[in-house]
Design a protein around this ligand. Structure first.
Ligand SMILES: [Zn+2]
Length: 377
């Protein structure tokens, strides 16, 4: 049985489309991974996530280690059985969230000590503990533990964090390899750091390639630098990573971010945007996002997106979803989330088809023109 195989079926410019084959299933790339932070893609049942088109979801090490606890999830059969999702799961390493959510963090060469944002209890994540937690969760794609610093930090601080992250990448790889069955059934990705600096990004890529990973993530972007700066970084960062391995841009992003990153050779994405903004009333459409709470939708009998074939758009009207969201009904958040995930997954399917047929540039230009057109809202 294949542990992990990435096959590129077609390329168009720097973009690629293909498949990642794992024991849990096949992931069509470029792929969007809905975020299942606390062992749930918020407001959606796993079967609906699958029907919306997702081949893989993401789980968060930091949240799950604190609640319900990695050892408990392992005793309950791992994340797949616990939450009822049978396809592949990627878990992050906890590095980003421990540094953005927890209090009283203390960083050292060993790892990061911190106080839980839930109850203040003290914990420690090291590269070894992060890999152990991801193994206990039953993750299929495990991420190396890394250190993040703000993109506004000095180059010296950026360089030191990148170099430590590369030492932690080696320790993560070693911990993964000593994990027995874990290593036999799963894959591990390294994470390129170096902020927006081409030289630091290159040094990071070279260090990761020396260690050797199944795939390579691009970390430390989409943290407030803006789309233009992010694309400027991707223009060199993707090319520094191996052609024959999947490239994963972490935490991205808006629809036009994803389209531009696919054009630059990225294969995998995750973002809370479709789920989080669904719960606040923002629906994605081919002609740009709409706020369903807006009074102009109160008697609009059309679907959220006239071009969407999802179960929500083929059944309910904007007027009904508007009513549910305004009334604070749970079903409002559920329908908005389901449509938004379906929108993202349909966009990925359109991107894959455009690459396969050699018309990505035309597709991307048309997508941007329609998505960004003035709406008069
Ligand atoms: Zn829809």
């Amino acid at each position: 049985m294949t542990r992990f195989a990435f096959e590129i079926a077609a390329t168009d410019g720097a973009a690629r489309t293909g498949t990642i084959t794992m024991q849990r299933g096949v992931i069509r790339t470029p792929a969007f991974m809905p975020v299942g932070t606390a062992a749930t893609v918020k407001a959606m049942k796993p079967g609906d996530v699958e029907r919306a088109g997702a081949d893989i979801i993401l789980g968060n090490t930091y949240h799950l280690m604190l609640r319900p606890g990695a050892e408990r999830v392992a005793r309950l059969g791992g994340l797949h059985g616990f939450m009822g999702w049978n396809k592949p799961i990627l878990t992050d390493s906890g590095g980003y969230q421990v540094m953005s959510l927890s209090a009283l963090t203390k960083r050292s060469e060993e790892g990061v000590a911190f106080a839980s944002h839930l109850d203040g209890t003290r914990h420690m994540i090291s590269p070894e503990r992060s890999i152990e937690i991801q193994r206990l969760l039953g993750s299929n794609i495990v991420m190396a533990f890394d250190e993040l610093v703000p993109t506004t930090s000095t180059r010296e601080v950026q360089a030191a964090a990148m170099e430590r992250s590369m030492r932690w990448a080696k320790r993560s790889r070693d911990a993964f390899d000593s994990g027995g069955d874990h290593a036999a059934n799963n894959a591990i990705f390294g994470i390129q750091q170096g902020a927006l600096d081409e030289g630091l990004r290159k040094a990071s890529a070279d260090a990761l390639i020396d260690i050797g990973f199944d795939g390579y993530a691009i970390g430390g972007l989409a943290v407030g630098e803006g789309q233009e700066a992010m694309f400027g970084c991707l223009d060199f960062a993707t090319g520094q990573l191996p052609v024959e391995r999947p490239r994963y841009l972490m935490g991205v992003g808006k629809p036009t971010d994803i389209v531009g990153a696919v054009e630059r050779g990225v294969d995998m994405f995750d973002c809370v945007m479709p789920t989080r903004s669904g719960r606040t009333g923002q629906a994605f459409t081919r002609t740009g996002p709409i706020n369903i709470r807006n009074a102009r939708f109160a008697e609009d009998q059309g679907p959220l997106d006239p071009e969407c074939a999802c179960a929500v758009c083929t059944t309910w009207s904007r007027a009904y979803v508007h009513h549910l969201v305004r009334a604070g009904e749970m079903l409002g958040a559920m329908l908005m989330t389901e449509h938004n995930i379906a929108f993202y997954e349909a966009m990925m399917a359109d991107l894959r088809a455009a690459i396969a047929e050699g018309r990505l540039a035309a597709f991307a230009n048309d997508f941007r023109a329609r998505y960004d057109a003035p709406k008069g809202e």
